[in-house]
Design a binder for this molecule. Structure first.
Ligand SMILES: [Fe+2]
Length: 208
């Protein structure tokens, strides 16, 4: 069953400080490219010649390498769009408690994720690590680099230029401020609750 492009959960012109044109280009043109290319790779892989697999170059290597690039591009973009469309809110409940515990305060969390977004070339992602039960920020320079095995992403900030350049030029910090104004914290809380459930399963399968 091929992967399908997912609709936006908000109107393209609904965000504050991130334009309809940026969202249209990002969601309607760039994101489907990853979904479609992942499907194309999935269709090609069964026919790739395993007997010629080589680390220098081989069709199989190229397909497997780009499989992770496009799968992670798809997954991260779907996460990013899923929790936009909010209105200058703040997290509450269990998510707020966890953020306060792991980062000290919400303001310190915003400061850290913003710094991660300024330091990354691709993504700044918040993920729950079942091995310590904490939320962490992780820096990814490209889709398939920087993710940590076994952690469960709950929120991500796209800092590729295509996410902000039309609106802000090179002023990435201003885009990051706008991003936080548009976070749907109820959706992030749902992602966190799901991550906690998955972490319990992962914990039961650990070495300890
Ligand atoms: Fe993007």
């Amino acid at each position: 069953m091929p992967f399908a492009v997912k609709d936006l959960p908000f109107a393209k012109d609904a965000l504050q400080g991130i334009s309809e044109k940026t969202i249209e280009t990002h969601h309607d043109k760039l994101y489907p490219g990853y979904v479609n290319k992942r499907n194309e790779i999935d269709a090609a892989l069964p026919n790739a010649d395993r007997s010629k697999a080589a680390q220098t170059y081989s069709e199989y290597r190229a397909l497997k390498l780009e499989e992770t690039f496009n799968a992670d591009g798809q997954i991260l973009h779907e996460l990013y769009f899923s929790h936009l469309g909010g209105r200058s809110g703040r997290p509450s409940g269990a998510l707020a408690d966890q953020i306060n515990r792991d980062f000290g305060s919400f303001d310190a969390f915003v400061e850290d994720l913003s710094a991660c977004g300024l330091a990354a070339r691709g993504w700044a992602t918040v993920a729950l690590d079942p091995s310590d039960g904490k939320l962490h920020t992780f820096l990814c320079d490209v889709h398939n680099q920087g993710g940590v095995w076994g952690t469960i992403p709950v929120m991500t900030l796209d800092v590729y230029e295509h996410a902000y350049f039309m609106d802000y030029g090179s002023a990435r910090a201003d885009y990051i401020k706008a991003f936080f104004q548009n976070v749907n914290w109820d959706k992030v809380a749902q992602n966190f609750e799901r991550a906690q459930q998955m972490a319990k399963i992962a914990g039961s399968a650990s070495m300890a």
